[in-house]
Design a protein around this ligand. Sequence first.
Ligand code: PMV
Length: 343
Amino acid sequence: MPMNKQQVINSLINEVSVPNKEFGSAFASTNIALCKYWGKRNAELNLPMTSSLSISLGHLGACTKIGFAAGTTDQYTLNNAAVSENTVFYRRLVEFLDLFRPTADTVFSVTTQTNIPVAAGLASSACGFAALVKAMQDLFAWPLSLEQLSILARLGSGSASRSFWDGFVQWDAGVREDGMDSFAYSLEQEWSELRVGLLHIDNKPKGCSSREAMQATVETSPFYKLWPQTVANALTVTKQAIIDRDFWSLGATAEANALAMHALMLSTTPAIVYTQGATLDCMRQVWCARAEGLNLFFTQDAGPNLKLLFLSKDEAKVKELFAQVEIVAPFATITKPVECLHD
Ligand code: PMV
């Protein structure tokens, strides 16, 4: 029998949550998929059609504090501004919080600080839901493992299931209807020379959410049937590339996987296009630089921004090519943003 979100949560947190302290707080890094999650086998539980693999972005992410509030409606503050109750953002958060209220009249106060643009294809929902789940665990002291927290965060946003670990993380599609085998885990591999470069092309919130876009792709792209095998192959090659420290193989596979995902969207009716003219210009610059011998690749999510992949020895050349690039060293010791220091 298919389960709903509440049943999954009740099976993990079987006693009514009693707050352990006045508020809970936590930081979660955002993550960028090298082998993408695109399409769900169960939309209610965000169960993916395929497994996926990501890299966490260290100090870039969300810091969330959750406590209780007076009144009748939840309060949500994002980057120092109150979020209006009429926004999709607010409704998504409240819908999620509804699943965790100890009593029907519990009102929450949630404050989030992010250091990445929100809803611009930079995985803000990934770190957002992961930080919220971690902060709730801090508040209620649930005796849950990281894998179980990963399941809870998945119910908010699929990619959030991968934001509980640093470095390379795999999220398994699983086969169970209740999704208890669909959680993420660390691949426990370090690659200190690896760099991710964020190219902020347009940070305005996107028009079509990844949730809607994924659904439309699965339903109407004639090529979607090729996707599960495409990702399975990419996963095998990427995991071997990580073990072998074969950067060319990792970068080439990630770039091809992102382009295949966007090709699926182009073949959706109506077509979904996140790529802008400036995105394409940057892709061409990457291809030219590569033709001239630079080991540089990109990946792209559900937005116009690109994430470059390269090694530390090429940092200067990448900066010369893209003056505006924001470089992240995913395996450097994490320095949390100042506002998260209480965590
Ligand atoms: O977790 P969602 O619903 O925001 O979907 C994320 C989809 C991609 O970022 C495009 C791919 C991925 O695996 O993160």
